[in-house]
Ligand binder design. Sequence first.
Ligand SMILES: [Zn+2]
Length: 236
Amino acid sequence: MRVDFSGDRVLAIVAHPDDAELLCAGTLARAKADGAAIAVCVLCKGEKGQPARPIRNLAAVRRKEMAAAVRLLGAKLFRCEFGDGELADIPIQRKKVIEVVRQFRPTLVLAHSPDDYHADHRAAAALAEAASWFCSSAGHKTRSPVLETQPALWWMDCVNMSGFEPGFFADISDYVELKREMLRCHASQLQRFVANDMSSLEEMMLRQCRVRGAQAGVAAAEAFRSHLAWKRTRAW
Ligand SMILES: [Zn+2]
């Protein structure tokens, strides 16, 4: 099992502007502290995540929110600007994500679980898996050069832990406050969950990392599973 991320380049490929905060920001922060380069690729604009009182130009608002959150993390941000609910593993979207992977050149990709509850998250899983595979295939041409080898791929937990069987856990006890500050940048979404009378997004995020921590014997954790496909597995 990997014990530190020094020398790594870690790219999280997420569907929506606030997904990294909920599922993998603590692990990215920990990787950065170890000396890794980190980046977040947000596939959708988030323009359909409207609160009860609709916000004009929501895509522009969410662009600012995600930029502020990723700045706190100290990560590079890539935006693909696909429409919410329109994510699909089709050639035009795949090519754009392959180019992002080639620009950042990750050694490790974090992606949504293929069994996630949300259709955009499942499409994001398929896109991330395909793009981080074909990035090293010379026959698939984009502007940037091909990678020598496919990066490792970890599937992320699902929001609210529903239906995800963890393979292992990253201890993020030192980064819970950072996750909370990042999530608070997404003011449009915090309004949305309070208005729907659900437990707040912040409460859900905190509960999830504490429960995953309790399962792993630490204060807070994020859960993942390795994609153990040929060319993706590494011996440590
Ligand atoms: Zn999402």
